[in-house]
Design a protein around this ligand. Structure first.
Ligand code: FAD
Length: 419
C-alpha cells in the first residue's frame, strides 16, 4: 500500500527521518528547505522521550565550551570520527542554536550545561516548535520495518504501509543487542555489538557498602589488569560505588568489563592529589606533632570521618591507638587503605540519570563530514545508532546535535544540488 500519492513524489524531494529523538529532530530541522518534504517516523507514541527524562528532568544539553582537541577526549568511542564532525558543529554552535531561539543556557560548576528554566520541557518545546515551523511532518506510532533500494531513492516499509523516499536519515538510537537491529540489517552495514556504557559498580561483598552516602570530591579509580585510571568525585551507595570517576571508568572500560562479565577489581586512591610517599610523609609529620591524638578520631587527608574509621578498623587499629605509638605494620596497612584500596566488582547497575549504548553502525562506513553512508548514497546516520558514545556530562546530546545537524544539512544540500 502506498501512503503517499505520485504527485507528492514528483513535487517534493522526500527525506525520511527514522526516529524522533534528539538526533532525529535535529536532523529533520536541518534537512528542511524549499521543495523538500521531511517526514519523521517515530515508532512509539511519544517524541523526544529521552530528552524529556534526561539529566534528572533538567536535560544536560551539552558541556562547557572547550577546544575540539579536549572535547573529543570525552568520547570512549568515536573520538577520531567526531574530531572531523565537530569542526562543523560544536559546543558553541549548540549554545548559539538554542539561545537564538530563546532558550537560555547556564553552565554549572562541574561544566554541565542546562536550560536556565531547569526543565527539559523547554528543550522539547523548542525542538517541536522549530520542526513545526519548518513543516516537518511527524508520524507517531509508525515504525520503520524495512528499507528497499530503488533505482532512484528507497522504499520504506512502515507499520502503516510503504512509502518511496529520496533520502533517509537513520536516527533510531541505541539497540540492546545485535538481534534487535531489524530493518538496519538490510543495509549490510557493519554493526558493532552493542554493549552498555555508563554504569555503576556493584560490590556486594565489600564492607564499604555500609558507608552508603559517603562521598569524596576527588579520587582516582583504576581497573586492575588494564591501564585505565580516572579521577573525579566518588559516591558510596548501598549497592557499590558510583560518581563521575566510576562512570568514566565504566565508559572507557565498557568493552573490557563486558568481556570480564563485570567481574573485576577496582583500586581506589582516596585523595587524587597525594602519592603513596606523600601519605607516608604527612602521616609521619602529623604523628610527630600530635603523638597523643587517637588515630580513630582524627581523620586526615580530607577523608570523611566514617570512612577514616573504616580504614582504621581494616588496618586493625583499635579505638585507643595513638598516632605516636602506631606499630609500623598497622601504619603501613593504613597507608595501603588510603592509597590503593581494592574493591571487588561483581556486576553493574544502570546509572538512572544517563545511560547509553556503546556499539552500533561501524564508523568506518560513514563519512564524518556528512554522515552519509559509504555503502548507500542518500542514506545518512545520526546519534546513538552510530558506534559513538560519550561520558556523562552532556557529551551524548552534543554528539546527537552535531551528527543530526550534519546528516540533515547534507541530505538537504545534496537534494538542492542533485534533484
Ligand atoms: C535516563 C537517561 C538520561 C540521559 N540524560 C542525558 C543527559 O542529560 N545529557 C546527555 O548528553 N545525554 C543523556 N542521555 C543520553 C542521551 O539521551 C542519548 O545519547 C540521546 O538521547 C541519543 O539520541 P538519539 O536521537 O540518537 O536516540 P534516542 O533518543 O534513543 O531516539 C531514537 C528514537 O528512535 C525511535 N525508533 C527506534 N527504532 C525505530 C524505528 N524502527 N522506526 C521509527 N522510530 C524508531 C525510538 O523510539 C526513539 O524515540 C540520557 C540517557 C538516558 C537513558
Amino acid at each position: 500500500m502506498l501512503i503517499f500519492g505520485l504527485e507528492q513524489i514528483l513535487f517534493y524531494v522526500i527525506i525520511a527521518v527514522i526516529g524522533g529523538g534528539a538526533a532525529g529532530f535535529f536532523a529533520a530541522i536541518h534537512a528542511s528547505g524549499p521543495g523538500i518534504q521531511v517526514i519523521l517516523f517515530e515508532k512509539s507514541p511519544k517524541l523526544l522521550s529521552k530528552v524529556k527524562i534526561s539529566g534528572g528532568g533538567r536535560c544536560n544539553v551539552t558541556h562547557r565550551p572547550m577546544e575540539i582537541s579536549k572535547l573529543i577526549r570525552n568520547y570512549p568511542r568515536g573520538e577520531k570520527f567526531l574530531k572531523k564532525a565537530f569542526l562543523h558543529f560544536s559546543i558553541h554552535d549548540t549554545f548559539s542554536w538554542f539561545e537564538s531561539r530563546g532558550v537560555l543556557l547556564k553552565i554549572e560548576g562541574d561544566g554541565r550545561v542546562f536550560p536556565e528554566s531547569n526543565t527539559s520541557q523547554t528543550i522539547v518545546t523548542c525542538l517541536e516548535e522549530e520542526a513545526k515551523k519548518l513543516g516537518v511532518q511527524i508520524q507517531l506510532s509508525n515504525g520503520i520495518k524495512s528499507i528497499k533500494t530503488k533505482l532512484q531513492g528507497y522504499t520504506l516499509g512502515t507499520d502503516r504501509g510503504e512509502i518511496t523516499v529520496s533520502k533517509i536519515i537513520v536516527a533510531s538510537g541505541g539497540h540492546p543487542n545485535l538481534g534487535t537491529y531489524g530493518y538496519l540489517n538490510q543495509l549490510n552495514h557493519k554493526l558493532i555489538n552493542p554493549i552498555p556504557s555508563l554504569f555503576t559498580f556493584n560490590t556486594p561483598q565489600e564492607p564499604i557498602r555500609e558507608l552508603m552516602g559517603v562521598s569524596l570530591p576527588d579520587v582516582v579509580v583504576k581497573l586492575e589488569g588494564t591501564k585505565l585510571s580516572y579521577r573525579g568525585p566518588l559516591l558510596i551507595t548501598h549497592w557499590g560505588i558510583s560518581g563521575p570517576a566510576v562512570l568514566k571508568l565504566s565508559a572507557f572500560g565498557a568493552n573490557w568489563l563486558y568481556e570480564q562479565q563485570y567481574k573485576a577489581r577496582a583500586i581506589i586512591q582516596w585523595n587524587a592529589d597525594l602519592t603513596e610517599q606523600a601519605y607516608v610523609e604527612q602521616l609521619n609529620s602529623y604523628a610527630q606533632l600530635h603523638p597523643n591524638r587517637k588515630v580513630h578520631s582524627h581523620p586526615l587527608f580530607g577523608i570523611p570521618a566514617r570512612l577514616w574509621e573504616h580504614f582504621c578498623s581494616q588496618s586493625e587499629i583499635n579505638t585507643e591507638q595513638l598516632f605516636g605509638q602506631l606499630p609500623k605494620r598497622l601504619y603501613n596497612k593504613l597507608v595501603q587503605c588510603l592509597f590503593c584500596y581494592p574493591v571487588a566488582m561483581q556486576g553493574k547497575t544502570t546509572f538512572k540519570e544517563e545511560f547509553v549504548t556503546a556499539g552500533g553502525i561501524s564508523l568506518d562506513e560513514v563519512y564524518p563530514e556528512t554522515m552519509e553512508s559509504k555503502l548507500h548514497s542518500g542514506i545518512y546516520f545520526a546519534g546513538e545508532v552510530l558506534n559513538l558514545d560519550g561520558i556523562t556530562g552532556g557529551f551524548n546530546f552534543q554528539a546527537a546535535w552535531t551528527t543530526g545537524y550534519l546528516a540533515g544539512r547534507s541530505a538537504r544540500l545534496r537534494s538542492n544540488f542533485i534533484e
